[in-house]
Every structure is written in C-alpha cells, then in structure tokens.
Design a protein around this ligand. Structure first.
Ligand SMILES: [Zn+2]
Length: 230
C-alpha cells in the first residue's frame, strides 16, 4: 500500500493491523551513462513495495535527499546530481520520524538505496537522536542500506556497477541501457565503482538478490509485529 494513494478508512485499518511505515531513501545522483539518476530511490522503493506486499504496512514515496554524492569533487564531480548538506538529511529524517510516529506507526523502516558511510552515518545518527530524545513516542526505527541484509550472498554495495545495475534491471528494466557504455565509460571515469556491469549484471541476478532482501526484511518485520511492537 502506498501512503499517497490510501483513503482514510484504508489507512486506519492498516494502522490498526500493521503499523509499519517504509521510507525509501534515495538521491538524484549520476549512475553512469547507462542508468537513471533516480536509481537509489527507485531501487529502495521497489524493494519496499515487495516487502509491504509480504509483511503489510505502508510505503512512502522516495525521499530524494543524498549527502556525500558523486557531485563532490572528491568523488569525481559528476553532473545531474543534487547534493544536500548532512544537517539537511538529518533534519529531514527527524521530521519524517516525528510525524510518522504522530500518525501512529510503531515501526519505521528506512531503507537507504544511497549509501556510502557518511550518508548512512547521518541517517543512523538522526534515528538515534530521535530514539533517545523523542521519548513521547514509542516508535522504533531501523536504518538499513539494502546490501546490509545480504552481504553473505556477495552484495556489499557498489555504484552503478554489477549489483546496482542488476537490481534496476529487475525493478525497472526500462531505465537501464547497457549499450550506452564503452570500455572507458564502464569504469571509474564514467562514475561506475565496482565490476563492469556489461559482463556481470543480469535481470536474473537482480531478481535473486531482491528476493533475498525482501524475504529477510519481511521476516524481520513479521517478527516485530508478532512480538507486539516492543
Ligand atoms: Zn546508487
């Protein structure tokens, strides 16, 4: 169920039965010549829609607010990218968490498709500050970069390379065009960090890894709901 399309009576039923909000976090960021710049948010949204189908709950629209992106000169200074300040990311997550708690959600799952330690650390810090200081709410928050659920399967995060390309090929095949890459642009100079997707990315790989992420995250959410919103 999508937050933006629910009618109030449907919303109230979900809040009473499965008070879980899924917040896909992304960035508008260069992802090579072969992928849409919204990859990170689209990837997280696609995964969370599948989790919500399994475990129940409400999926919010992606939040397009990336910190420490490839726009920074230290990361190559790539175009078409919107870079936000660390405090903007933290403030935005805090406002989402407080208001989602007020709406009545008991668990907020923040799945970030944009990662890199500084960005993830900003989200984790904001979530920790919410948990410590906003004691008027009994709402739990999980901040998870999607690869963190499946590192044992070999996915440790990359950028527009084997894994991210495979996932987008599965979630939004129309937004990937590998024919845009050549031997030079398929590497770091093209903003690709990881294995050359031309040889390694397939929709089947994307389907397999998304299924594993969905299964494990849905199981965690189901456990949370079973033990009564601890
Ligand atoms: Zn990405």
């Amino acid at each position: 169920m999508r937050y933006e399309t629910l009618l109030p009576h449907e919303f109230n039923k979900t809040l009473a039965e499965k008070p879980v909000a899924y917040l896909p976090w992304g960035a508008l960021e260069w992802h090579g010549y072969h992928m849409a710049v919204g990859n990170d948010g689209l990837k997280a949204h696609g995964i969370l829609e599948r989790v919500a189908e399994r475990a129940g709950g409400v999926v919010l629209p992606p939040v397009w607010c990336g910190f420490d992106t490839l726009k920074l000169p230290a990361h190559g200074g790539f175009p078409l990218t919107l870079e936000f300040k660390r405090e903007t990311v933290m403030g935005l997550l805090d406002e989402y968490l407080c208001q989602l708690a007020e709406v009545g959600f008991k668990l907020v799952v923040v799945l970030t498709g944009h990662y890199g330690p500084p960005h993830v650390a900003a989200l984790v810090e904001a979530a920790n500050l919410f948990t410590i200081w906003q004691t008027q709410y009994d709402t739990r928050v999980w901040v998870i970069p999607e690869y963190d659920l499946v590192t044992d399967l070999g996915y440790r995060g990359d950028h527009a390379a084997k894994w991210e390309t495979a996932i987008l090929m599965h979630v939004h095949p129309e937004l990937v065009d590998l024919s845009r890459l050549d031997d030079e642009s398929a590497g770091e100079s093209g903003g690709i960090l990881g294995e050359d997707p031309r040889q390694t990315a397939t929709p089947e790989l994307g389907e397999t890894i998304v299924a594993a992420i969905v299964e494990r995250l849905a199981a965690r959410v189901e456990r949370f709901l079973e033990i009564g919103h601890e």
